[in-house]
Design a protein around this ligand. Structure first.
Ligand code: GRF
Length: 187
């Protein structure tokens, strides 16, 4: 299965995928390309492994990405900490072949403007007792696509945004890899 990974940040999830491809756990997965909408640390991780890496303009991302994807027979796009909202045309075309990882238990704490630390802040302010992460298919509605898998953890007394970020990263590492593996076994 050939995958394209879209990133905007630190690339922790990108690195987890790279590691599990290298370990052989994701044995049927080949990372064909990485695309990003900004200069970010994820690019270093990608280039370090000689993965084809594109830095695209946010404003024309969907169209430009399409050009890059078209020649490759990409089976799956993974949005791994990707922050640009893709065009409705793009999601309509690739939606059933595109998954996203979101740092909350959707449908709670999702949607436009809910990303990164803002999610964790909102979770803490709402007094939630548990949080987690979700892998879902991508539709035009932000964070609204069919849920593939979720993982959760307890929020402890005194937990701050940084604690939730750390716990979410642990959960994401497991569920994103499992989701990709599951999909790779059906292709
Ligand atoms: C993750 O929490 C992911 O759920 C969210 O952004 C963060 C990505 O971090 N969409 P990284 O770039 O994989 O380190």
């Amino acid at each position: 299965m050939k995958i394209a990974i879209f990133v905007s940040g630190n690339g922790t999830n990108l690195q987890n995928i790279i590691d599990e491809v290298e370990s052989g756990y994701l044995q049927n997965v080949e990372i064909s390309m990485v695309m990003t909408d900004r200069y970010c640390y994820a690019i270093e991780r990608s280039l370090d492994k000689d993965i084809r890496t594109y830095v695209l303009d946010r404003k024309t991302f969907s169209e430009d990405a399409e050009h890059n994807l078209i020649d490759e027979e990409i089976d799956l796009i993974v949005l791994a900490g990707f922050l640009t909202i893709l065009s409705p045309e793009f999601t309509a075309k690739w939606g059933n072949k595109m998954i996203n990882i979101h740092p909350s238990l959707l449908p709670k704490f999702g949607g436009k403007g809910m990303y990164g630390a803002k999610v964790h802040q909102a979770v803490l302010e709402a007094g939630e007792k548990i949080s987690g992460a979700t892998v879902h298919y991508v539709t035009a509605g932000v964070d609204e696509g069919e849920i593939i898998t979720q993982g959760s953890f307890e929020i402890e007394e005194g937990d701050q945004v940084a604690d939730l970020q750390r716990k979410v990263a642990e959960v994401e590492k497991i569920i994103l890899i499992e989701a990709i593996k599951k999909i790779s076994e059906t292709i």
